[in-house]
Ligand binder design. Structure first.
Ligand code: CDP
Ligand code: MG
Length: 136
């Protein structure tokens, strides 16, 4: 049975700053993702804090929120069969040093904090995150 899903992807400031957004979008398209919605924005730190609220108790939370709001990002809704998991696979491990060959983070990630992309980690969070950026 088919299971078409949508997931939220963010191209983070380190990648947008290096003009990697087109190349990263090509990687998504080559894997069969459709880019349903897309916008380039810069968010306030307060918005980043809301977006990453699940990490609020983590030691990296403050730096993470400063970083996500530090420059332009590209936010996308991606669609494909089992999109949530497929996107996590294409992104690779959180730490680029541990990411598999062929993944976005292996190819473009600089460090665990500057790891070039965000992707929803479950279908429930995908809905919440898509609404966060695209509800109007
Ligand atoms: O992004 P992902 O779902 O793979 O990882 P996460 O555990 O949900 O963490 C969110 C983001 O926090 C990561 O993508 C990293 O940018 C950052 N992070 C960090 O700076 N230092 C860590 N030790 C762990 C995560
Ligand atoms: Mg996560």
């Amino acid at each position: 049975m088919s299971n078409i899903e949508q997931t939220l992807s963010i191209i983070k400031p380190d990648a947008v700053e290096r003009n990697l957004d087109s190349e990263i979008k090509e990687m998504f398209k080559n894997k069969g993702f459709k880019i349903i919605k897309e916008k380039k924005i810069q968010i306030e730190k307060l918005e980043a804090e809301k977006f990453y609220k699940v990490h609020e108790t983590k030691p990296f939370y403050n730096d993470l929120c400063s970083y996500l709001s530090s420059g332009p990002i590209v936010v996308m809704v991606l669609e494909k069969e089992n999109a949530v998991l497929a996107n996590r696979e294409l992104m690779g491990a959180t730490n680029p040093q541990e990411a598999a060959e062929g993944t976005i983070r292996k190819k473009y990630g600089i460090s665990i904090d500057k790891n070039s992309v965000h992707g929803s980690d479950s279908t429930d969070n995908a809905k919440i995150e898509i609404d966060f950026f695209f509800k109007d």
